[in-house]
Design a protein around this ligand. Structure first.
Ligand SMILES: [Zn+2]
Length: 461
């Protein structure tokens, strides 16, 4: 029997279930950390142990947003190298990133998580791959920040072992050894990965990219992930330069290279996937490999436009990602719903490339799929975890739009009246409940300044 119930009534509901079921006015009942019921009209009468009853008039309730690609540490290097393509941007920023330490990483994670949670993200992820020697327990700091914010979290434990002297892009002092990276990743899984249905923390194995990682690290990383039963994540097919790099070094394009190293499969998801031909998309569909689509970052770095409508038509699982905030300064996922729709229509030059409901699905159920958690989160269905967002749509920004899903996706970023993660409130009236966002703003500003100072000293010293 449920210990406590929360009842939300009188709101529009977009369940994002398999039939895209919607209710113009309905109810959701949460019992402990699960969704107990969803349907039209008021909640069933006679419910016991109701600790909270919410009148959702003027609101839309959706599944919580799921972010599938991010680099939290970049929160303190936003607004730099603003007119660069990917490779030039990386070369400009690697020397700064290589100076990060544990307090900086903790502050940046807090900033990234706060911004995401305030915008309706209930499951966050961080692909962290910069582990300078002797800088403390960076993974532990990031996981601790996620727990403080109250969101569900996947840490993709990244790594780089291909420095400049091995033909890679990062400076040698920013990379780990092959054995060191594998051992640290395994230790992170052993310490933090939770396999429970309602897990709040999961770990993935995540070497950074073909141009910063050795072939051995990809191959052995995939073996490690499969031995441990965790998922695999990396960057793939982001730019033309990356394709050129793979052809010169490995004699094949990125997708074929990933396949040759064990990196296609239903336990893999890859960020970007912009430069994919028909056979690449078919290979992703055949193997069940997922995609984290990052429209704003791809636009910011002029990388190109991923073929999302073709991927969806082929059956490729696709979620959304903000990517690191050094290439998407906003750090918000709800605005990516709109950007995904707009950019895909432009890319396909077709008004039917992606509609508002498909965009919402990318940001919710699609994200759950690529994280391997579609049975637990990503839609509003009885038995699933209570990760829900109540969007306020009755003010100036949205009130004159009749269709609430269209208002959410195409309108301005909607305020969040309530966000529940695991049945627990993390946002109330557009403010975070568990952390002090003003204190986080001050902390991230001072850590950003400290990093800039140390990086400048490094350049002159
Ligand atoms: Zn990225």
């Amino acid at each position: 029997m449920a210990a406590s119930r929360i009842v939300i009534e009188n709101c529009a509901i977009a369940t994002v279930d398999a039939h895209d079921t919607e209710y113009a006015s309905g109810h959701v009942v949460v019992a402990d950390n699960r969704i107990e019921s969803v349907g039209a009209g008021p909640a069933p009468a006679g419910l016991e142990r109701v600790v909270r009853r919410i009148d959702g008039t003027g609101h839309l309730i959706t599944p919580g947003l799921v972010n599938t690609h991010h680099h939290f540490y970049q929160w303190i290097t936003r607004g730099l190298a603003t007119d660069h393509n990917l490779f030039d941007w990386l070369v400009a920023l690697y020397p700064i990133w290589a100076r990060i330490d544990e307090p900086m990483v903790r502050a940046a994670a807090r900033g990234s998580l706060a911004m995401m949670a305030r915008g309706g993200v209930t499951t966050a992820m961080d692909h962290h791959y910069v582990y300078p020697r002797g800088t403390g327990d960076l993974s532990g700091a990031i996981i601790g920040a996620a727990a403080e914010t109250g969101v569900r979290f996947t840490l993709a434990r990244g790594s780089m072992d291909r420095g400049i002297s091995d033909g890679g892009l990062p400076p040698d002092f920013a990379v780990e050894s092959l054995d060191g990276a594998l051992a640290a990743t395994e230790a992170t899984i052993d310490r933090h990965h939770d396999t429970a249905f309602d897990a709040m923390t999961q770990i993935a194995v995540a070497p950074c990219s073909p141009f910063s990682v050795s072939t051995e690290l990809l191959v052995e990383g995939a073996e490690l992930a499969r031995r441990k039963g965790v998922r695999l994540h990396t960057h793939g097919s982001e730019t033309m330069e990356e394709e050129q790099f793979c052809k010169e070094l490995f004699g094949m394009g990125p997708t074929d290279y990933f396949e040759s190293t064990g990196w296609l499969g239903s336990d893999v998801w890859m960020a970007h996937c912009v430069h994919m031909n028909d056979s690449d998309i078919a290979a992703f569909a055949r193997t069940g490999t997922g995609v984290a689509h990052c429209p704003s970052s791809n636009a910011r770095l002029a990388a190109g436009i991923a073929r999302v409508s073709d991927m969806l038509a082929a059956g490729v699982p696709v979620g959304l990602g903000v990517d690191g905030t050094a290439s998407n300064e906003s750090g918000e996922l709800h605005t990516e719903l709109r950007n995904a729709l707009l950019i895909n229509r432009l890319g396909a030059r077709s008004e039917s490339a992606l509609n508002a409901r498909q965009a919402l699905r990318l940001g919710t159920y699609g994200g759950a799929q690529v994280l391997g958690r579609a049975d637990q989160i990503g839609s509003i269905e009885a038995g699933k975890l209570a990760d829900l967002v109540l969007w306020k749509l009755d003010t100036l920004a949205h009130a004159s739009i009749a269709d609430p899903v269209v208002a959410l996706v195409l309108g301005a970023a909607a305020p969040v009246t309530l966000s529940l993660v695991n049945g627990v409130s993390v946002v109330e009236d557009n403010r975070l409940t568990m952390v002090d966002e003003d204190a986080i703003a001050r902390e991230t500003q001072s850590e950003a300044r400290r990093l800039a100072r140390i990086a400048a000293e490094g350049r002159s010293g």
